[in-house]
Design a protein around this ligand. Sequence first.
Ligand code: NAP
Length: 518
Amino acid sequence: MTTTTSAAAAGTETLPEHVRVLVVGAGFAGLGMAIKLEEAGQADFLVVDKGDTVGGTWRDNTYPGAACDVPSQLYSFSFAPNPTWSRSFSPQPEIHAYLQDVAQRAGVLDRFRFGTTVQDAAWDTEDEVWTVVTSAGTVTADVLISGSGGLSEPKDPDIKGIDGFTGAIFHTARWDHDVDLTGKRVAVIGTGASAIQVIPEIAKTVAHLGVYQRTAPWVMPRHDRAYTGIERLGFRYLPGLQKIYRSAIYWGRETYVPGFTRVPKILSPAQTMALGNIRKGISDPELQEKVTPDFQIGCKRILISNTYYPALAQDNVEVITDGITEITPTGIVTRDARTNELRERDIDVLIVATGFFTTDQPIAHHIKGREGRTLGDVWAETGMTSYKGTTAAGFPNLFQIVGANTGLGHSSMVFMIESQIAYILSALQQMGERGIAAVEPTQAAQAAWNDDLQRRMKRTVWSTGGCASWYLDEHGRNTTLWPRTTFAFRGLLRSFDIEQYVVTTRSDAPTRTKEHVA
Ligand code: NAP
């Protein structure tokens, strides 16, 4: 393999000049893709990642209490069951260790380059390759696969004065473990999935915790437990047992789909259970009212916790629902909506739990297609759109894992990721067999796909439930979630539907012909 002169930042390995497939991101998506490429005999690939190990969001989110909301029997690769899960819902360190172990055992890490950030990727119409500029040099690739995910770039709140805060400040996804919170006055902005995990943990040691809540979330009980010794023995020695657990969890969760997508009333028992969770954890009626959501359950992501409400009821914790007007060098200023009165609370540490760039994925601004426009430019006009959440018109040989409308509120993203990996592998196989240089979906196929999605969105609880959420973009379109069953998604992506693509064939001669196969 030829090499460029610049060394990869993570080590002595240099980047090759060219690879058949370049994968961006080493989380579940990038790692799963690499393993399946290897299995399919497509060994000429490279995975680049800005971090220093595999794991993606499970490497980056190390905040206290971080754990998965989907049981790991399902939130794991179907091809790599893990008999050593300690609990039904795995904590972040176990999931990160699992991914590292899977990567080691698959023998693919020699093609991973860590500490390597993609700065720019542009489609070269002449040579029909992607030219990818990274922090460790430039590499060209026939095919570019983005596995960078929707939760890779933390979003800081745009609040007046935040840059002038002089105490410690960090995002939950970039936890500063050097800051000791013991005995400190701490503020957490946000009450989403990350916040409700972190709050009970830090409430144990801080002097005062201010929880700044803009919208109260629905929080259901978390049916989490340690696996018994017998279960763990069974997982190790009865290979079918984990499959049974996995299937039961999978089908149980799929029964939620009609509630989210067609008949939100079905979710009423869940709402009753969540109200019970509030009453169980909090006895003060005023606080109960403060944390009771004013929208239909399911409209935003349903959260699960047994410890969140009891933490809010602690004497050293204050739930603040007044809007934040400003952050000063030493505190947070809020305005009482009824009296208009301003109040400043002094703090030592500010933790922002304000989520991620989901509807405007940062990597899209670095990927330039056939006409020299970035995916971000295109999406600024159309909203985040794609064909089957995986390919995009105008962006030949670009495949995105966890692209537009592939997110889930009820089940495991790993299932969606594996569906997309199968689709991409099928595309690569057909391209190889037929001597195809480039594929991109037709505008018509992409438009039909998105029209169908948006038609289905109209009656979902995400659109009708009376909330504003990160599921929706600035135009109010839901460009993040999949509005059908996960098995429908898998069926639709089972094999690469080349008839929906514009195809450039590569003959033995250097000339290439464009043909529309449909
Ligand atoms: P999130 O769900 O987007 O929550 C962000 C929170 O910050 C919301 O409460 C939001 O309020 C608030 N917020 C945002 N900007 C604000 C501002 N300027 N002022 C005041 N409040 C503001 O983010 P997240 O909790 O990090 O979770 C993101 C996603 O990551 C989850 O939905 C899930 O997919 C995943 N996740 C999963 C787990 C798990 O499996 N356990 C854990 C963590 C994260 P509003 O509601 O009013 O917008």
